[in-house]
Structures are given as C-alpha cells and as structure tokens.
Ligand binder design. Structure first.
Ligand code: ZN
Length: 232
C-alpha cells in the first residue's frame, strides 16, 4: 500500500509540475480564464476526471488500486494501456512507467476536451477527446515526455523494491493467463478498500484459491478478501 501510494504521489507530482501548465496554456488558447485541475490520489481503483460546476471544480483522481496494478504488472487490463497499443502513444510502449505517463495525459485530455465543449453524455472517448490527447502530446514535446517516463520509472523501481516485488513477476506475458494466487504470499503486507472506501492495511495469513485470509494491522480483525481487490 505504502509503495502504491508513493508511486501515485509521484504521478500526481509529475501531473502538477509538468502536465498542468501545458493544459493551462492549451485551455487559455481556446478560452481564457480556465481555473485549472486538482490532481489527487483516490483510495480505491477508480481513476477519472470530474467536473462539478459550483462544487470543488475540476478534479483528476488516480486510484491507488489502479497504480498498484502497475506495480504488480497487472496493468494490461486497463483501458489506457490498451489504448497505447492501439494508437501507438508513447511509441507504443506499454511498460508500467509509460502506461502511468499516458494515464496522466489521458485524464488531462478529458479536462481539455471538456473545456472545448467536446465531451458529451454517452460520447466520452470521441474524436474531440483524441484530438485533445494529440494536442497535449504535441504541446508537451518528446523531451519532457521522456523526462517524465524516466522520473516515473525511478519511482516505479523504488516502489517495487519497497513492495518486495521481484524482477521476474514484473514482466508477464500479457496474453498468458495469470494465476492471481501466485501474486501473493504468506506474511506479505497488502491493502484493500472496504465498500465504504476505507483503506485497510493487513498481512496475509493464508493464500486461498480466490481469496486471501488477512489480518488488519491496526485492529487485528480478520478478513477474507478476493485477490482482485488486494494490492501490495
Ligand atoms: Zn477516459
């Protein structure tokens, strides 16, 4: 959990420092006075752009569970990773640091698309969206993109080391069926979110076929949690 959260924090930092100024320039070129986006870490898996008029403004949330999927090489299931392969963004490189860089661009493109009036109910990933993605990549430029992926790569390597993920697990063949039980081991520290959104840190007592039996580190309470809902 700590590892995924630190990696998510690096993604937020890169977004705020590098992507947001690019977004602001593109938005101002369309219509001045854009208030900007707030980037935040979400406690679940949900990763999205939201605009609540009159509320807290524009927010982009990176779910810590989504980031954790990149740490354990499980990120090929996400739309943004498949989008890289389909549209050849970041040179078609679907490694976790490139996929994380692309998700920052993807979500920020929703903000630009929305500002330009190109986001409509039932038509989210439309031509206006892909135009916004292309414009963000162009305005960012190759050098800054490569700097960003290197920065995320360093955070990723550090995150994997502190989560105790070993090298071989990190490069699964995306076509190969993954046995989720092999991702976990007894004694490992993991996290999961309750249906109420509370994040629980626990250690694994037993790895079962589809669940892990875990004990919450704070309360000592036991849970059986499906593999898909656990992250390092
Ligand atoms: Zn999207």
């Amino acid at each position: 959990m700590a590892a995924a959260r630190e990696l998510a924090a690096s993604l937020v930092d890169w977004s705020v420092d590098v992507i947001d100024p690019v977004l602001m320039r593109l938005c101002d070129a369309h219509a001045p006075g854009y208030p900007g986006v707030r980037y935040r870490i979400g406690c679940g898996r949900q990763t999205c752009y939201r605009h609540q008029p009159g509320g807290r403004g524009h927010t982009i949330t990176y779910g810590v569970g989504m980031v954790a999927d990149h740490l354990c090489g499980n990120h090929h299931q996400w739309t943004h990773t498949r989008e890289i392969a389909r549209h050849r963004f970041v040179d078609g490189n679907t490694s976790p640091p490139c996929a994380l860089a692309h998700i920052a661009i993807h979500e920020t493109a929703h903000a630009l698309q929305s500002h330009r009036g190109g986001r409509r109910r039932g038509s989210v990933h439309n031509a206006a969206f892909y135009k916004a993605v292309g414009d963000l990549y162009d305005a960012l430029g190759r050098d800054r993109l490569m700097d960003g992926t290197r920065q995320l790569e360093r955070a990723f390597v550090q995150g994997r080391a502190s989560a105790g993920v070993t090298g071989a697990e990190g490069k699964p063949d995306p076509r190969a069926p993954i046995n989720p039980a092999t991702k976990f081991c007894k004694g490992q520290q993991v996290c999961f979110a309750t249906p109420q959104g509370q994040v629980i840190t626990a250690h694994i007592d037993r790895v079962n076929k589809v669940t892990c039996t875990v004990t919450c580190m704070q309360s000592g309470q036991g849970y059986r949690v499906p593999h898909a809902l656990l992250w390092p």
